[in-house]
Write a protein that binds this ligand. Structure first.
Ligand code: AHG
Ligand code: MN
Ligand code: MN
Length: 343
């Protein structure tokens, strides 16, 4: 019998489809010889749930899952049906996987104990971000942070397992349901982006080793609240206008963040005289994106302090957020500081 060694075909007739998310996760796991594979499995569980949410998001205009659910969440915000559906999908996927012991979700007032005795991870999640955009067919997202529990595996969940600062994240990511669906994540060793191929039902590596431009010309902020901004921020916005920067604001944090990550820019959701802590939530919005921003060479602060060093005091705590290209965040921080010391 003759045996021939396989050599990859270079034929144009069958181009390579690339690296799937599953294979990429496996390759990365192999870099850590003592890794037990649970984090990898958890990332795959999240990816699977995101495919289901993607399917349901795509059908939202056709089926009866658009619009309000008729309930308000702990933030006092009206829940959309897809908020509820996405929360169930992600929580169920994590329950079945068995790697997660507890979940903090925007849509649940309390910590959910998944009753997984061997679960060593805690997940904070915004199952559907930008949900007011669902009914108008505009990009939405999912944001997640993964922590290792600090108390012994199998014992009752404690506050210290949940209230960890962002600098303790072992992984974080987001899914963007946009003109295409993407998953972007980090495990603290750079940032990689994957684009969903619906006909194959797989995410493929499309944006390896993502880097945030050091500077940019896009600013993203809801300027409707301008009258309630502090003087330093008003001043910074004048600077942006004098330089004819582009104002871009989708109103879905994931989508605004993603664009600025690729193109260079800053996203700001500030404190205002009406909302001194801003709007966005530390545990399941700001921390994950801060981890990704830093891993891509960008920066994330609350105007003075690094987001990932804030010690959470409550589950649904809010924080102002300045995030994006390093130079832009540095500049606005400098201007805020000057104005704050004048007061
Ligand atoms: P969510 O849909 O999870 O409640 O988040 C909405 C957030 C965020 O995605 C977006 O950037 C911001 O709210 C928009 O708020 P404004 O309408 O106040 O600008
Ligand atoms: Mn959100
Ligand atoms: Mn949400």
């Amino acid at each position: 019998m003759k045996i021939k060694h396989y050599t990859p075909s270079t034929s144009n007739l069958a181009y390579s489809v690339g690296v799937t998310l599953d294979r990429f996760i496996k390759m990365k796991q192999d870099d850590f010889p003592y890794a037990s594979g649970e984090l990898s499995q958890l990332l795959r569980d999240i990816a699977l749930a995101s495919k289901i949410v993607n399917r349901e998001t795509n059908r939202a205009g056709l089926s009866n899952i658009g619009g309000a659910f008729g309930n308000t969440n702990v933030q006092g915000e009206e829940q959309q049906k897809l908020d509820v559906i996405a929360n169930i999908r992600f929580t169920r996927a994590m329950t079945k996987g068995g790697e997660v012991c507890a979940v903090v979700s925007e849509e649940d007032d309390e910590v959910i104990d998944l009753q997984n005795k061997s679960g060593k991870y805690v997940v904070a999640i915004d199952p559907l971000d930008g949900s007011s955009n669902i009914d108008v067919n505009i990009s939405i997202g999912t944001i997640f942070s993964i922590y290792r529990r600090v108390t012994p595996i199998g014992s009752p969940i404690q506050a210290e397992d949940i209230m960890q600062p962002g600098n303790q994240q072992v992984a974080a990511g987001y899914v963007l349901y946009g003109s295409s669906t993407m998953m972007v994540y980090t495990t603290g060793n750079g940032v990689n982006g994957f684009t969903y191929e619906p006909s194959l039902g797989e995410f493929f590596l499309s944006h390896p080793d993502m880097c945030a431009p050091k500077d940019g010309k896009i600013y993203s902020i809801n300027e409707g609240a301008f009258n309630f901004f502090e003087p330093g921020l008003k001043n910074y916005l004048e600077v942006c206008k004098n330089r004819t920067y582009s104002a871009r604001y989708i109103g879905s944090l994931v989508a605004d963040f993603h664009r600025n990550l690729l193109k260079g820019g800053i996203y700001i959701y500030p404190s205002t005289s009406k909302a001194p802590h801003g709007k966005l939530r530390l545990l399941y919005e700001a921390n994950a994106l801060a981890f990704i921003a830093e891993q891509a060479g960008g920066k994330a602060t609350d105007g003075t302090q690094r987001i990932m060093d804030i010690l959470p005091q409550s589950l649904h705590q809010r924080t102002p957020l300045y995030i994006g290209s390093m130079k832009m965040v540095d500049e606005v921080e400098g201007i805020l500081k000057v104005h704050r010391t004048l007061v």
